[in-house]
Design a binder for this molecule. Sequence first.
Ligand code: HEC
Length: 129
Amino acid sequence: MHSFPAFHALHTFRRWRARAPWNLAVLAILTLVATEARPADDPPLQAWMKANTAPAVASGDLPALAIAFDKLVGFAPKDKEFANWPSIARDGAAAARAGKLDGAKAACRSCHAQYRPKYRLEMRSRPLP
Ligand code: HEC
């Protein structure tokens, strides 16, 4: 009986349970750290998008969107593979200033379609300029 793997597993579990208060505390802390750490681990541009563009679109805040698009012009990677980035962002800013939320959203989609996968592959960890 003592050599049954199931018995060993049970025995190990009982020993673990005997120390349960500490083990559970450590487990709880590790879980917390693992889940809490994630937002801070967002890559720079993604974190910026989530904090700036997404809430402005959600609330239809056109002036905030115009400012975000202006900033995005300056975030353009220098690499010529991203050549249309500034003009897409400028179109977005112009649409936001003209009161056109749909036009602004089209600029979001256009840049994401053209550049998001490439950006993620090549320069995701790049700090924002
Ligand atoms: C000129 C380019 C460009 C424009 C314009 C742009 N984005 Fe982004 N966006 C990106 C890139 C590149 C990423 C990927 C960043 C990463 O994953 O590290 C991204 C990521 C995001 C993310 C992170 C999560 C996800 O879905 O990938 C959100 C949210 C987002 N953008 C929202 C917006 C919204 C809303 C707008 C329009 C108001 C917008 N973006 C306009 C380039 C752009």
